[in-house]
Design a protein around this ligand. Structure first.
Ligand code: AMP
Length: 124
């Protein structure tokens, strides 16, 4: 089986500069921007610049350099927004994947949610 990547997904369009976004941080391998429909005071999406559908796709097929760059961007967002448990009050990291994960946009993204309590992990 091969992962299928939809070139017309909305995050692909953001990466190509075709639609605007509220970028807070960028490196060679990742882009972090605010979610258009925030669920907490801080709600940031971090996406790899490569064409990966899901976290498992990324884990299997991304290069070590891409993986390091992506993970570093997540840590840098936590520092930038003062969410790190070293200096702040913490956050929730979510990666919805596929049908059962209820993933809407088929380009890997993690949600970083913080600024207030995220409550119990799963509500229903
Ligand atoms: P998911 O269910 O994990 O695929 O979540 C997709 C997320 O993308 C949702 O939280 C949306 O609010 C968010 N989203 C969709 N379009 C945009 C956009 N143009 N800019 C920022 N966030 C978006």
């Amino acid at each position: 089986m091969a992962y299928k990547y939809d070139e017309e997904n909305i995050f692909a369009k953001i990466l190509r500069g075709e639609i605007p976004n509220d970028t807070i941080l960028e490196n060679d391998h990742a882009l972090a921007f605010r979610d258009i429909n925030p669920q907490r005071p801080h709600h940031v999406l971090v996406i790899p610049k490569g064409k990966f559908v899901s976290f498992d796709h990324f884990a299997k097929e991304a290069s070590p350099t891409e993986i390091v760059g992506y993970i570093q961007a997540i840590g840098d967002v936590c520092d930038l927004l003062n969410l790190s448990i070293d200096t702040g009050d913490g956050y929730r990291l979510i990666a919805n994947s596929g049908e059962h994960g209820v993933q809407e946009v088929p380009h890997l993204h993690v949600h970083i949610l913080g600024g207030s309590s995220c409550g119990r992990m799963i509500q229903s």
